[in-house]
Write a protein that binds this ligand. Sequence first.
Ligand code: NAD
Length: 341
Amino acid sequence: MRILVAGGAGFIGSHFVRQLLGGAYPDLAGAETVVLDKLTYAGNPANLAAVRGHPRYRFVLGDICDGDLVGSLLRGTDLVVNFAAETHVDRSIDDAGAFVRTNVLGTDTLLRAAAGAGSGLRLVHVSTDEVYGSIATGSWPEDHPLAPNSPYAASKAASDLLALSYHRTHGVDVRVTRCSNNYGPYQYPEKLIPLFVTRLLDGRTVPLYGDGGNVRDWLHVDDHCRAVAAVAAKGRAGEVYNIGGGTELANTELTDELLRLLGRDRSSVVRVEDRKGHDRRYAVDPAKIAAELGFRPRVGFADGLAGTVRWYREHRSWWEPLAAAAAAKATENESDRKSTE
Ligand code: NAD
């Protein structure tokens, strides 16, 4: 069996690859694993250092929008897992161009190549709960209409619909997963948990959007990847599977927990203007994947979060260069802005 992992150098994709090659997914055991990744700012070869030199692993530097490359890689491939995406909502608010290109056109390129590769090829398209929009109470089942609000979520919704259309139109074996917010090691320090943890470790303040009442459902990356592996191995073609964590927290509650773990108090929190169009609450109904595939999260939130904080504490050499590069970029943008005023 050969598996192509697109976006395998990012946060979730690299966890999937490390676990896959480490034998964590018995149904996919022994597979030759090829990572295709463009290495954007979010892709990091260091995330795959643990598998470098593994006899069943190969890395290909490239773009999922490159039809020739994708077509050649899919020949002889049995399973594609697509993690490749632009993923940060704030960046999509500043400029959605790269999101439309990678998330929509890139997914279409993978799908076209999958249709050309003929039957026998499975493609798991990894998506997000953000495609459903925002929900005040209750939770979304998989057939809930999509109502994305951010450009990121809209580009992911477009890619989900394209994926499902290739199943209906061309008979491609596509499965779509929609997961809630992930946390864990190796997450680029721009999303809430790694941003707050790394800033608090440096003795700095953390920026909390608006009133901090936005609610997210948190799932450890290890559980997400296990669910993706289950969908790849035992899911049904043309189906969507929600993946949820069952740990709903307002951002204020999560921030308090991080402050506690890092021995700081609320004087470290700076309230900042809310994100434009900020979704209030996400909640997926995870009943289908539990009933069909027997999937349930295993990592308790308290243990998972404490382990994540510990990982960042012990891996400064991983995140310090990323934080420094992000700070230099922010200074450059600010001076560009001033020079054009
Ligand atoms: P990430 O930003 O950490 O990683 C994305 C990876 O894709 C990077 O390695 C990047 O280099 C690569 N990439 C980007 N554009 C590419 C292109 N054109 N060609 C090839 N590679 C490209 O993202 P993540 O947090 O690991 O998310 C992975 C997937 O999971 C995404 O599709 C995202 O929408 C989805 N998801 C993420 C979360 C979350 O909380 N992080 C939750 C639900 C779903």
